[in-house]
Ligand binder design. Structure first.
Ligand code: UTP
Length: 483
């Protein structure tokens, strides 16, 4: 996109956004360059369309003739013949180097309110290990297990990219090879006020937000990820979110089902236990795979149905864990003009015409985002939906306390790994509700699965009189909280 002043002024004028040059005469060279840089990223035509469709006219919700639950592959029971076949196909793809990793870490992490990229949050209650390190530990262990390289693509935004890259550098990429890790920066989009006008955050800077996790579908092509993946023989990308410490990165079962069924894009699902559980629902709408957001449940009330036993009929919750075929990402990219956008009414800080900063007390504008799950509707080969058990797979960290929080994530670690200790013959102290009374962390470098843990434990009991951390070499460490 052009960064030329005249062209950008002309575009701003044509699309009614000329006010963004209000402070131009007072800006120094760096300020002008900053404003032009922001404007150079703006797709004025797209923003005008979004303002017209979403802000100036309120769109009607989509109408579907028929909505039905997605066919879900039940939780993986290793004794099922298809599960065995899937496991073997997934392992074969890993050994052959056909799998890459795609982490989305470009979000603003507003709810957590942490000063730094969300991935650098010290999630380990004992170790203070960060989310990034937990993911990296799994990558190291997988590479060792399968004798492969798993190229790791990490999507960041302009706001957190430099800090994220510095964090990896300062930690020597957690022992991974730096040339197998690539950072890509997603696009930003301008926030708009209630009349569809861009807001200025500073005299030389638009109020902008990253274009949502769906932005990975353009960033992968534009930043060379697909080319790199193809040059390495990678056909499948294991997609995961930075704030889920528990995710099974490059899970062989999941990859295997994706491969065997020739899927374009696959999703894991976790069972909703009550109709208004705050999670998007994976379903079929007029034959297309969709995820209907939690906020839209009242528009499609059938999604709240329960059966005669009180179980949720549309139970496939979306934990945002996917496999994307490389060729499919390219196909979605070609059609990105048709990709849906979502808007959120938010409090957006801005400067007024006098240059004074305004911190609104109620929502005053809109942020536009794209969501990766909307790619499902473009699938040319039927998506796979695989049921999971959230413990050990899905524990998102959105805030410090309460639901989906740091506190819950830390408790989930102790609970999850206490079962491994039980299986290895160590009795974990528990309270009357069955929760461990000590904190537990086990490095994924030591064991990725309960089976590996039991084998490596060699029937020797682990000391569980105080908080227990087992490091990558199987050495028991005392509390080493690095906070
Ligand atoms: P969330 O929607 O939960 O956003 O992102 P967030 O940034 O983590 O937190 P809040 O909503 O501001 O509190 C889910 C995942 O998608 C990534 C996030 O980094 C996280 O891994 N994401 C989100 C992006 O990579 N880019 C985006 O534009 C938005």
């Amino acid at each position: 996109m052009a960064e030329n002043e005249q062209e950008l002024r002309a575009a701003a004028r044509e699309f009614g956004q000329e006010h963004v040059f209000h402070f131009w005469d007072s800006l120094d060279e760096a300020g002008r360059a900053s404003l032009l840089h922001d404007l150079g990223q703006v797709d004025f035509k797209l923003m005008a369309r979004l303002a017209k469709e979403w802000i100036l006219n309120k769109p009607e919700p989509e109408h579907f003739k028929e909505i039905s639950p997605v066919p879900v592959i039940p939780k993986t029971d290793p004794s099922r013949p298809d599960a065995q076949e899937a496991w073997e196909a997934g392992e074969a793809a890993l050994r052959a180097g056909r799998v890459g990793l795609f982490l989305v870490a470009g979000g603003q992490g507003t709810r957590l309110g942490f000063d730094g990229p969300k991935g650098s949050y010290p999630i380990g209650g004992i170790t203070g290990k960060t989310l990034f390190e937990y993911h990296a530990d799994k990558v190291v262990a997988l590479q060792r297990t399968y004798g492969c390289v798993l190229p790791w693509y990490i999507m960041v935004s302009e706001a957190n990219g430099p800090a994220t890259e510095a964090f990896f550098r300062d930690n020597d990429c957690f022992g991974l090879n730096a040339k197998d890790i690539a950072f890509l920066t997603q696009r930003m989009v301008p926030c708009m006020d209630e009349n569809g006008k861009f807001l200025l955050e500073r005299s030389d800077h638009l109020a902008m937000n990253p274009n949502g996790h769906g932005g990975c579908l353009t960033a992968m092509v534009e930043c060379g990820v697909l080319d790199d993946a193809r040059s390495r023989g990678v056909d499948f990308l294991s997609y995961f979110q930075v704030d889920n410490w528990a995710v099974k990165v490059a899970d062989p079962y999941f990859i295997g089902y994706h491969v065997l069924r020739g899927s374009s894009m696959s999703s894991k699902n976790h069972r909703k236990h009550f109709p208004r559980e705050a999670v998007g629902v994976h379903c079929l709408c007029d034959g297309e795979y969709r995820v209907i957001e939690y906020s839209e449940l009242d528009i499609y009330p059938q999604l709240l149905e329960t059966d005669s036993e009180g179980k949720v009929v549309y139970y496939a919750g979306n934990p945002a864990i996917h496999i994307l075929s490389v060729d499919f990402v390219q196909q979605v990219y070609e059609k990105f003009d048709e990709f849906p956008w979502h808007l959120a009414h938010k409090k957006i800080a801005y400067i007024d015409d006098s240059g004074a900063l305004v911190l609104p007390e109620k929502p005053n504008g809109y942020k536009f985002e794209t969501f990766v799950f909307d790619a499902l509707r473009f699938a040319t080969h039927p998506p796979v939906a695989l049921e999971i058990d959230p413990p050990g797979e899905y524990t998102p960290t959105k805030q410090f306390d309460g639901e989906n929080s740091v506190v819950e994530a830390r408790a989930s670690m102790s609970r999850y790994w206490s079962h491994w200790l039980d299986a290895a013959g160590t009795t974990v102290p528990r309270d009357s509700a069955g929760n461990p009374t000590i904190a537990i962390e086990i490095s994924p470098r030591f064991a990725l699965t309960q089976e590996q843990f039991v084998t490596k434990s060699k029937a020797k009991p682990w000391p569980v009189t105080q908080d227990l951390y087992i490091d990558g070499s199987g050495v028991v460490r005392a509390s080493i909280n690095r906070n």
